[in-house]
Unconditional design. Structure first.
Length: 615
């Protein structure tokens, strides 16, 4: 959601801002705009509804004077539709100050009423314009831009990142954040601000994450961070571990196609340096290590795809570490009055580390006295910083809205944690630990093999592109895979799709089966010790008898499904807990190819944002 870029340095703001906004496009947005202080000291702005290309074309048709200071924004509409007028930046009453915003100002109506009573008028329906007008009024009261921003933000309720500039302070950009991301990029004679490092990684890999309730002021040569009341704080610098080329398509037709292909590497990088002599080594847990022995319960919180990774984590943690685990959607968690104690470990999973629902759930857990661990793919993200410890997945930047490589990396990280916890608790023999680690280490190579099925799945997807509804079935660890397959198809191809636990079929969903209904079935290995395979094959027969078209994802060489399936997509042999890492890939490819066959944008599906930074 909303992408934010700020720049101070050389007279090339427009290039930096548009480049940054382009890299932030993946976050999802529906309008874009920039504000620049020209070398002559004028404040100029341009904003347009639609994609960034609309703004770029507009700037090509009628140039905007460039300057050394600027802010840029891509807006995901909340208050008011995606129009030119609602797009950011918004201006102060005197037109000397411009402001952009990510998040929601919950008390904007009350603040707007105050300004209206003071004679202010508004041109947009946004909460952002209220902040711009307020900041303009505070600026007039004196003390400079950063101090004025401090006086404004203490009055705001909700979540926000704000950036502002004022023509009377021509080489300054100020920013503030609460529950919404903002990162500084450190350059030579130039400095940057961004919603995430993608905004400036082509210029610098030196970054500083801004803490909760902090204000930053950047000039070409200085960076100052304070709390909301002006007391200086010392933030910590970090090195971005990937370069600009990692966030480029690199010849692939879409970021999603590239990211699906990167899954072997994503898992390998997440495991790298964390397995030594048949043990898991997680220095990442330093902040938690002493508490781990006393943990008696785990609650996993996450949203969307990350929650399905969490469901798989539950199977692994309960099996290996013999500890009760529950999985909750972050947005449901804190409203259910969960029972938490200092011996509860709350594990949050988030690719972006900025998902507002998950962040709020983590804060709730902290306040309730629970221990917190996050599994996160984005260095320095808010959720990671709030938690007692973080296990970073090293999947590299995930740009496509649909999560793919982050999902398999999350599972790998959860499994590493599960095996480590099992060792701490003494619940798994060294032989069983070694066997599991060997399985995990073999996943990257097996993923390479699954990727070879791409062309066949592409044909299948083309052939099914006019499907109206697709169902997905799985049991045990196959169930989260079914849910994920359905989610991918919904979000990318806009097709009604449902995932079910196969055992639930006879309790209702089987009524949906009619002749020709396509059903993907995730078939467990015939070697499964719990005889789940036979049960799933029975389920296949039940729906086939009612006319369903069966598309089975089954272990290589499993001849038992052949007589009943219309299509079998083979995956390499793997232990039961590890099959999901492989079985999900054909479903990702299927959703992507079907959406492509329908002519849809697979990287930025309609209505969706990569990083959901509002509740
Ligand atoms: O950044 P997060 O992992 O916290 O995001 C959670 C969900 O919003 C995300 O997984 C979403 O479901 C994806 N679009 C699914 O492809």
């Amino acid at each position: 959601m909303c992408g934010i870029v700020g720049y101070v340095g050389r007279p090339k703001s427009l290039e930096v801002l548009l480049g940054g906004l382009r890299r932030l496009e993946y976050r999802g947005y529906d309008s874009a705009g920039v504000a620049i202080i020209t070398e002559e000291g004028d404040l100029v702005t341009r904003k347009r509804a639609g994609k960034l290309a609309v703004l770029v074309d507009d700037l090509a048709a009628e140039a905007l004077t460039d300057g050394s200071t600027g802010i840029g924004h891509t807006r995901w509409a909340t208050h008011g539709g995606p129009t030119d007028g609602n797009a950011h930046p918004h201006l102060s009453r005197d037109g000397k100050l411009a402001l952009i915003h990510n998040g929601i100002i919950e008390n904007f109506a009350e603040l707007k009423a105050e300004l209206l009573a003071d004679g202010y008028t508004f041109e947009s329906e946004t909460d952002t314009e209220v902040a711009a007008k307020l900041l303009g009024r505070e600026y007039e009261a004196g003390g400079g831009l950063a101090a004025a921003l401090g006086r404004v933000v203490v009055r705001l309720e909700g979540a926000f990142t704000l950036l502002a500039l004022h023509r009377d302070e021509p080489l300054v950009v100020v920013g503030a954040r609460r529950n919404s991301p903002l990162v500084i990029g450190l350059g030579e004679g130039e400095n940057f601000l961004g919603s995430d490092v993608a905004a400036f990684v082509e210029h610098t890999q030196r970054a500083v994450a801004i803490g909760q309730d902090q204000i930053v002021t950047i000039t070409p040569d200085t960076v100052t961070v304070t709390d909301f009341f002006g007391t200086e704080v010392q933030p910590t610098e970090f090195q971005v571990s990937w370069d600009a080329s990692a966030a480029e398509k690199g010849g692939w037709s879409s970021f999603m196609a590239k990211e699906i292909s990167e899954q072997p590497e994503a898992v390998a990088n997440t495991l790298r340096t964390r397995i030594h002599d048949d043990h898991v080594v997680l220095p990442d847990l330093a902040g938690l290590e002493e508490s781990l022995v006393g943990i008696d319960r785990i609650v996993i919180i996450a949203c969307g795809t990350a929650s399905y990774a969490g469901m798989l984590g539950k199977y692994a943690l309960e099996k290996w570490a013999r500890i009760p685990v529950e999985v909750q959607l972050s947005h449901e968690f804190r409203y259910s009055e969960p029972v938490l104690s200092p011996t509860t470990l709350v594990v949050s999973i988030s690719q972006s580390g900025e998902t507002m629902d998950t962040l709020m759930a983590v804060k709730y857990a902290i306040e309730a006295g629970a221990k917190t661990l996050s599994i996160c793919n984005t260095q320095g993200a808010t959720i990671a910083r709030e938690s007692d410890a973080v296990i970073y997945t090293h999947a590299g930047p995930e740009v496509a809205v649909a999560s793919t490589k982050a999902f398999v990396a999350q599972i790998a990280a959860l499994y590493l944690f599960g095996l480590h916890l099992a060792e701490v608790r003494g619940t798994l023999s060294p032989e069983a630990t070694k066997e599991a680690l060997d399985e995990l280490s073999s996943i990257p190579e097996k993923l390479e093999q699954v990727l070879l099925t791409k062309e066949r799945i592409q044909e299948l997807a083309k052939w099914m592109s006019d499907s109206r509804a697709v169902l997905f079935l799985g049991r045990h660890v196959g169930y989260p895979v079914a849910l994920e397959g359905a989610l991918k198809l919904k979000e990318l191809a806009y097709i009604h799709a449902e995932g079910f636990a196969a055992g639930e079929l006879k309790h209702g969903p089987i009524a949906l089966i009619e002749p020709g209904q396509p059903v993907f079935v995730v078939v467990p290995s015939p070697r499964d010790p719990n005889s789940l395979h036979a049960k799933v094959v029975s389920n296949i027969q039940e729906i086939r008898a009612r006319g369903a078209r069966i598309l089975a994802i089954a272990e290589q060489g499993d001849a038992s499904v052949l007589p009943f399936a219309d299509e079998v997509i083979p995956i390499p042999l793997a232990g039961a807990l590890f099959e999901p890492l492989l079985a999900v890939v054909p479903l990702q490819i299927f959703a992507m190819e079907l959406a492509t066959a329908k002519g849809l944008d697979v990287d930025q599906p309609r209505n969706l944002a990569k990083s959901v930074t509002v509740e």
